[in-house]
Write a protein that binds this ligand. Structure first.
Ligand SMILES: CC(C)(COP(=O)(O)OP(=O)(O)OC[C@H]1O[C@@H](n2cnc3c(N)ncnc32)[C@H](O)[C@@H]1OP(=O)(O)O)[C@@H](O)C(=O)NCCC(=O)NCCS
Length: 218
């Protein structure tokens, strides 16, 4: 199984990040993981299997012992005490990050197919400032940038959730470009909290897909 490297600059001896096509990640699960998904639709089982198998490969590279990744009643992943992590899947691909508990406090990762964030969704997903920024972009950049901003909010949500157990809405945070590879996320109406501190990193996987990641340091 070939796992493609992702965000190589962020991978340390305690953190492994990668992606692969869903079809390359099919196989059997730990029986307790399978129990969490046994009655789901086949397409959902397929992405769930891919996520668990990718996470296992990444944990192996960190020499972490094999542990099932169960699903909590709120659908968030239940990581074993010795590790942190996050995973994301779209129709064709899966990405994940795993870190040792003493290397990272929390991780949020997200992948998205470019071009699905249509303008009719903007008022729900984006603030006035974000929309004004999009309106300044040329059409070629627009599809990628709206996808990256949406993905950044999803990565932020997944990173903050294990720390706060809180729901965060799309209008509760504002994303800004820092440079080609990084973005910031801030709450427009409240004082920033520690979970807003780290930058969000973004990378292109291929012609069609972008990834974002947030790592909360120890
Ligand atoms: C939970 C959520 C972020 C998942 O994102 P998604 O694009 O639907 O799906 P992805 O494939 O990228 O990610 C799915 C994985 O996220 C993980 N996940 C689910 N809930 C989670 C949570 N509360 N915290 C962290 N990770 C979570 C799971 O591992 C899941 O995969 P699995 O069910 O196969 O284990 C999304 O469904 C959601 O509820 N979003 C609304 C809240 C939000 O994004 N706010 C943004 C403003 S900050």
């Amino acid at each position: 199984m070939v796992i493609h490297s992702l965000f190589p600059d962020l991978a340390t001896p305690g953190i492994a990040i990668g992606w692969a096509p869903l079809e390359d990640l099919q196989g059997t699960l730990d029986p307790s993981e399978w129990a969490d998904i046994v009655s789901a639709a086949p397409s959902r089982q397929r992405e769930f299997i891919a996520g668990r198998r990718l996470v296992k490969v990444l944990a192996d590279t960190l020499e972490l012992p094999s542990r099932p990744l169960r699903r909590a009643s709120d659908r968030s992943p239940l990581w074993a005490a010795d590790r942190r992590g996050s995973l994301s899947h779209c129709t064709a691909l899966c990405a994940a990050a795993v870190g040792k508990h003493d290397a990272v406090q929390s991780i949020g990762i997200d992948i998205e197919m470019i071009g699905r964030i249509e303008p009719k969704l903007w008022p729900t997903l984006f603030s006035e400032n974000e929309r004004a920024y999009f309106n300044s972009l040329d059409p070629e950049r627009l599809a990628t940038e709206t996808t990256v901003f949406f993905s950044a909010k999803e990565a932020f949500y997944k990173c903050q959730y294990p720390l706060t157990q809180s729901w965060v809405g799309f209008q509760d945070v504002e994303v800004m470009r820092i440079d080609d590879c990084t973005l910031s996320v801030t709450p427009p109406n409240l004082p920033p909290q520690p979970c807003h501190g780290p930058s969000i990193h973004t990378a292109r996987l291929d012609e069609m897909h972008v990834a974002t990641i947030m790592l909360m340091p120890i």
